[in-house]
Design a protein around this ligand. Structure first.
Ligand code: ADP
Ligand code: MG
Length: 334
């Protein structure tokens, strides 16, 4: 039986074609998101998470370009759409952005205009995709504000962004993303700008709204600690490629890629009473990607002549539902 996916990304390549050369920010990424499920895309800063999510909405700006692969959206109704193939002004894109697929941004402040009320933002988002009267738009705005946990929504709807706290503004960002009932919600580091207690609230909110509204979620984060609470599956990204993929619980309990192991060892909440270790070195720039396994210079298990030669290892199935891009995966079981 074919899985009921809302999104299938196949061998996506999004490169920046600069004067100094080609920067492969996303270089052969494959994943799918089943309907109603949450996939977390995890990795250090600069690994290509945002470029992946922008590719799905076709928001990548020049000199960035999708140079290969497919981004198949499979709406409940209607034909599948390969977003990668759409021309810039294609009307499908208009229906996709904020309609079929919507996005919560990292900086809620930047996404809100200071001169418009919360209600005006919500009405605008709604009226882009549905023909509704002003009274109906207001009713729907109040309804979605209540859903995202904003108290006294009848009053808040007429306030301006500066009258709200950071956490509340992010709730408004979520309300804007959800008002048209998207089938896929992309949340790119939705809690990074917020303080820790608010972070947990926002993640729980996303999770409960997902259940209630039945949408799928692509959750992007650099923090493997948060995915355990929210996601069903996790894909770990390093230098534009997925290096490990599987069910969240299994990946966290038995990480198979040394990069995933390193990420997990650096999370305080998962290592109470143990010494924290950080991954040595830093992510190399895209114009100096190491030969062989791109992670080998930072890898405690790297073997000369084996891990540092040839091209990057393929992502391969190591057990049911588990994929790892490491030639030593079987030898280095934790
Ligand atoms: N406009 C651009 N021009 C050149 N390189 C870019 C541009 N935007 C992003 N990149 C590069 O693409 C890579 C992936 O970036 P990004 O997707 O933002 O990482 P992440 O979201 O995982 O932190 C980084 O190396 C970044 O420097
Ligand atoms: Mg990012």
């Amino acid at each position: 039986m074919k899985a009921d996916n809302v999104l299938e990304v196949v061998d996506l390549k999004t490169h920046f074609l600069t004067e100094e050369g080609t920067l492969p920010a996303v270089d052969g990424v494959t994943f799918s998101i089943p309907r109603g499920r949450t996939l977390a895309l995890v990795g250090e800063s600069g690994c290509g998470k945002t470029v992946t999510s922008y590719s799905i909405l076709r928001l990548v700006q020049s000199p960035g370009r999708i140079v290969g692969g497919q981004i198949r959206l499979l709406p409940r109704r209607g034909e599948p759409i390969d977003v990668a193939q759409l021309a810039e002004g294609d009307e499908h894109l208009f229906h996709i952005r904020g309609g079929l697929v919507s996005m919560i941004f990292q900086e809620p402040v930047a996404a809100l205009s200071p001169v418009h009320t919360i209600g005006a933002h919500l009405a605008e988002a709604l009226q882009l995709h549905e023909e509704v009267s002003r009274a109906e738009a207001r009713r729907r705005a109040i309804e979605i504000l209540r859903k995202v946990g904003i108290a006294a929504p009848e009053r808040r709807v007429d306030q301006y962004p500066h009258e709200l706290s950071g956490g509340m503004r992010q709730r408004v960002g979520i309300a804007i993303a959800l008002i048209c009932h998207p089938e896929l919600l992309i949340a790119d580091e939705p809690t990074t700008a917020l303080d820790v207690t608010i972070q947990a609230q926002i993640l729980h909110l996303i999770k409960s709204l997902q259940r209630e509204l039945g949408c799928s979620v692509l959750l992007i984060t650099h923090d493997l600690g948060v995915v355990a609470q929210v996601a069903d599956e996790v894909a770990v990204m390093y230098l534009g490629r997925i290096v490990e993929h599987g069910p969240v619980r299994e990946v966290i309990k038995h990480p198979r890629h040394p990069y995933t192991q390193g990420l997990l060892q650096s999370i305080p909440a998962l290592n109470v009473g143990r010494r924290l270790a950080s991954i040595p070195g830093s992510v190399p720039p895209l114009n100096a990607i190491p030969s062989g396994c791109p992670f080998h210079p930072r890898c405690p298990f790297a073997q000369p002549g084996r891990c540092d030669v040839g091209g990057p290892p393929d992502l391969r199935t190591v057990s049911t539902g588990r994929e790892v891009a490491c030639v030593r995966a079987e030898e280095i079981l934790p």
